[in-house]
Design a protein around this ligand. Sequence first.
Ligand code: ADP
Ligand code: 6PG
Length: 187
Amino acid sequence: MAAPGALLVMGVSGSGKSTVGALLASELGWKFYDADDYHPEENRKKMGKGIPLDDQDRIPWLCNLHDILLRDVASGQHVVLACSALKKMYRDILTQGKDGAALKCEESEKEAKRAEMQLLVVHLSGSFEVISGRLLKRKGHFMPPELLRSQFETLEPPAAPENFIQISVDKNVSEIIAKIMETLKMK
Ligand SMILES: Nc1ncnc2c1ncn2[C@@H]1O[C@H](COP(=O)(O)OP(=O)(O)O)[C@@H](O)[C@H]1O
Ligand SMILES: O=C(O)[C@H](O)[C@@H](O)[C@H](O)[C@H](O)COP(=O)(O)O
């Protein structure tokens, strides 16, 4: 596989996606997107009320992110995306648009047509106890810690043939970044 032009940092809420993704993008000089910034107001309100999102809530959000990524990658811009991307189908939408999940995406089909998106998935993985401990300390975020259980229930960890690495959230942030940088050098 060619060197990745896009990197997805995924995992349940509180696994460190935003923290790791932002630092990594700055270290690599790549553009950074935090999927949390792209939720429509209804999704934020729903999560704020303690109700987990469902496929219907997530699909338009993921499709929009796919369009953004594809546009950047097609123009030669390298990107890091922090996004929970809990299910395999969600990751397929991010890389291939809704078509990849047997659905239909608008923008992406018109623009940057067959641009191959070489994506490396970084799964930040950890125990419920460690991650909930971090979420309980995190302040000023719309995602309530009570939703963590449903995030674990929904999670489909990446598996072959996805191009992925899994890193434990028990490592500190510098160790996580170093591991990703090392993987990228080998690609
Ligand atoms: N590897 C880590 N070790 C210790 N604390 C971490 C680590 N990664 C993230 N954190 C802290 O955990 C909390 C959740 O991280 P955050 O990046 O917001 O996760 P996410 O974007 O996946 O929801 C934050 O307070 C962050 O500072
Ligand atoms: O920082 C966080 O707490 C998470 O990133 C969180 O915001 C959430 O995981 C998604 O943005 C919601 O969407 P999902 O229900 O699809 O994870």
